[in-house]
Design a protein around this ligand. Structure first.
Ligand SMILES: [Fe+2]
Length: 206
C-alpha cells in the first residue's frame, strides 16, 4: 500500500492595521480571501492524495485532471498574497536601501524609471498582479504582469516586489478607475527592507 506524507499549509498572520490609504476593512476582507487559497491548496492536495492512494491518478481521469490543473491557481493565490502582504508595513518611510536602488538601476537606469514601468504594469486592464522579479542567474530585475494567479509567472525567477491589483485589493477604498491612487498608496506602505532581503547575488550556475 502506498504511504503518502501530507503536509498542510497554515495561513500566516500579518500585522498591518493602520496602513496609509489601504483601510483595515479592506485588509480584513483580503485576509479572508487569502485564507481561502490556503484552505483550497490543502483541499486539492488531500483530494489528489486520495486519488493516488486509490490508484485513480491518471491523465485520462477528468476528476484527477481538473484537480491537478487547479493547483497553479490555488498555490499561486496563496503564495502571491504572502509576498504581497509580506512586502507591506504600517511603519513605512524613507528611501529604498542602496541594494534595492542599485538592483533596479542596473536594468532601468534609475529607481524612478523602474517605478514608472512597475506602475504602468500595475495599471494594465484586467485583474492580476504586477511583480518585479529578479532573475537569479543574472541578477537582472524585470517587471511582469501575472493574470489570475498562474499565467505569467516566470520559472525560476524570484518575486522581489508583489502588487495585487485585483479589485478586491482596493474597491472599498477607491473607485475601479482610481487604481493609480491605490498603487500610490501601495508605494507609501512598501517595506523596502523586506524587498531588499529578497534580492540575491547572481549565481550563473544556478
Ligand atoms: Fe488579493
Amino acid at each position: 500500500m502506498t504511504t503518502l506524507t501530507q503536509q498542510s499549509y497554515a495561513a500566516k498572520k500579518f500585522d498591518l492595521a493602520g496602513l496609509h490609504g489601504i483601510s483595515d476593512q479592506t485588509l480584513q476582507v483580503h485576509f479572508g480571501l487569502y485564507e481561502g487559497y490556503v484552505k483550497n491548496t490543502n483541499l486539492l492536495n488531500e483530494q489528489i492524495s486520495e486519488q493516488i492512494k486509490a490508484g485513480t491518478a491518471a491523465g485520462a481521469n477528468p476528476h484527477f485532471a481538473e484537480l491537478t490543473r487547479r493547483l497553479g491557481f490555488e498555490y499561486n493565490g496563496m503564495r502571491l498574497h504572502e509576498y504581497y502582504f509580506g512586502n507591506l508595513t504600517k511603519s513605512a518611510g524613507g528611501a529604498p536601501p542602496a541594494a534595492v536602488n542599485d538592483a533596479f538601476a542596473a536594468n532601468f537606469g534609475d529607481f524612478e524609471t523602474w517605478k514608472k514601468d512597475f506602475t504602468a504594469t500595475g495599471a494594465l486592464r484586467g485583474v492580476g498582479w504586477a511583480i518585479a522579479y529578479q532573475d537569479p542567474w543574472t541578477g537582472r530585475i524585470s517587471n511582469h504582469w501575472v493574470t489570475l494567479h498562474e499565467d505569467g509567472n516566470i520559472a525560476g525567477f524570484n518575486p522581489i516586489l508583489v502588487l495585487d491589483v485585483w479589485e478586491h485589493a482596493f474597491l472599498l477604498d477607491y473607485k475601479p478607475a482610481e487604481r493609480p491612487k491605490y498603487i500610490e498608496a501601495f508605494f507609501a506602505n512598501i517595506d523596502w527592507n523586506v524587498v531588499s532581503s529578497r534580492l540575491t547575488a547572481p549565481a550563473p550556475g544556478h
